[in-house]
Design a protein around this ligand. Structure first.
Ligand code: ATP
Ligand code: MG
Length: 467
């Protein structure tokens, strides 16, 4: 009955073209007792999507990273479904379904539950393309690929063997076309097909390799790793918005520090991403920058691993802080006043970034807010602290200031003061402000202030300036 249905679909839909049939080799069928996927880790909505599609006569599977994570026993952060129904056919089956994208036309099926709405991404099996014709750029990069195909072809065009497994919740069976399960056991990340060719088709796969290796703790198979050194430069041809998305995923993976080490080891740094340059290069400036950025990333990883949210604006504010500090200090040395010097440094820092990967506007305004708040933490008298607390992004600014304390850039006593101030009742707050006033009046004992006093009077930075 199902085969009859598929034949009908294939005949009816002119979009479905088959390329060579040589990739439709039979998959390994892995039963529950071998893959041991815990059904409790499944998203009910993803299961509902596969059921609805199957009841309408189509094939449907949970696929990709979700299956990889399920086999690892990790709860997947999102679920993708692959089907032989075309995007239009999928859309007709669900009330809240939207067609997305041009390069990859997919359907977003949205479910509204108690918490956040959940989006299940449904994509149609895609065909492999010939390495010729107008779909492929000169470098080998694939430009357009909305050509539907069989499940076998769909599997062959995925990136890594562990990302090319299909799970059917109805039968609790995993279909494995490329030995993904064996690679899971060997803890190996292996590119499907000829790695060099696959990186040429889509250079972002090199970054994905590093990200998944960091996330799973798997090693890159030797043949998968080898071409990266030579092909890394192809990342420069990738549109900056896509590069940005991938770097964001890498930084938000919960394993950002490991991933950045991976980038360095793979030689994927060199003007590639100005944002990461000073973390990846070993210059004198990078030493101090490293301490701050390392702490920020460790902090981010910890938050993500414990299920807390992280704002991208905050993350980029930390990564660019060392550059910003340098620019700020340079402006002060030129005789600019503190706040204009900071504002100007923010413009410079952001402009320099735009030469590589463009940071999106919404993150940019978050970054500016977090940075502008920093000198305000030094003003601890009168109405200032109360006003600062009321800023909408106070929490982010405060967390940021705590990072600066932790690396010794500002005195840890400043962080303690604010922590007590936030928690304190009005009387405690008054006392804290009085103590801050005394501290400012008498000879303060923080290392920052002591260093300042050694400078000639004319070079004294104003309150709150970087030292
Ligand atoms: P994550 O945990 O980051 O979501 P993921 O493996 O699910 O990891 P996605 O970017 O969500 O990654 O992609 C879903 C699936 O689509 C992948 O598992 C892979 O099979 C396929 N895929 C994604 N990007 C590529 C690519 N650049 N080249 C080939 N296949 C890809
Ligand atoms: Mg995914």
């Amino acid at each position: 009955m199902i085969t009859k249905f598929i034949k009908r679909i294939l005949r009816r839909d002119p979009m479905i073209k088959h390329t060579h049939g040589n990739h439709s080799g039979a998959p390994k069928r892995i039963p529950k007792k071998s893959h041991r996927i815990d059904p409790h880790l499944l998203s009910k909505n993803a299961v509902k999507v596969t059921q609805t599609l199957q009841q309408a006569g189509y094939e449907a599977f949970i696929v990709g990273g979700a299956v990889r994570d399920l086999v690892l026993g990790i709860s997947p952060k999102d679920f993708d479904v692959a089907t032989n129904a075309t995007p239009d056919q999928v859309q007709r089956l669900f009330r809240k379904a939207r067609l997305i994208g041009r390069r990859f036309q997919i359907v977003h099926v949205t479910f509204f539950g108690k918490g956040h709405p959940e989006i299940i991404e449904v994509s149609t099996f895609r065909a492999l393309l010939d390495n010729a014709g107008d779909h492929v750029a000169e470098s080998g990069r694939i430009l357009r690929d909305n050509v539907w195909g069989s499940q076998g072809e769909d599997a062959a065009r995925r990136d890594f063997t562990i990302n090319a497994m299909y799970y059917d919740p109805a039968t609790e069976t995993v279909l494995d076309y490329h030995g993904g399960m064996a690679d899971m056991q060997k803890k190996t990340l292996r590119m499907i097909g000829d790695p060099a060719k696959r990186y040429r088709e889509d250079p972002v796969r090199m970054l994905r390799a590093i990200r998944f290796a960091a996330k799973t703790g798997f090693s890159l198979d030797a043949d998968t790793r080898a071409p990266i050194a030579k092909l890394g430069k192809l990342l420069q041809d990738v549109p900056s918005a896509r590069l940005f998305d991938e770097i964001l995923k890498l930084l938000m993976s919960g394993y950002s520090w490991a991933a950045i080490q991976g980038l360095r080891n793979a030689g994927l740094h060199h003007g590639l991403l100005p944002l990461l340059d000073h973390i990846l290069e070993d210059s004198a400036h990078s030493q101090g920058a490293n301490a701050f950025v390392k702490l920020a990333l460790a902090n981010t990883d910890q938050r993500i691993q414990s299920g807390k949210s992280v704002s991208a604006g905050f993350l980029f504010a930390t990564l660019l802080w060392p550059d910003l500090l340098q620019n700020w200090k340079a402006n002060l040395a030129k005789g600019m006043a503190n706040i204009p010097a900071l504002q100007d440094a923010m413009d410079d820092t952001i402009a320099t970034q735009s030469s590589g990967m463009t940071i999106q506007r919404r993150f940019e305004s978050d970054m500016r807010e977090i940075w502008s708040m920093q000198p305000r933490f030094e003003r601890r008298v009168g109405r200032y602290p109360y006003r600062l607390i009321e800023s909408p992004r106070f929490r982010a600014g405060y967390d940021f200031m705590l990072l600066r304390c932790a690396t010794g850039e500002v005195s840890p006593s400043l962080g303690e003061w604010w922590t007590n101030f936030i928690a304190g009742d009005p009387t405690t707050q008054e006392e804290l402000m009085a103590s801050a006033k005394n501290e400012a009046g008498s000879s303060a004992s923080s290392p920052v202030k002591r260093r300042r006093r050694r400078k000639p009077k004319s070079a004294l930075p104003p309150e709150g300036a970087p030292s």
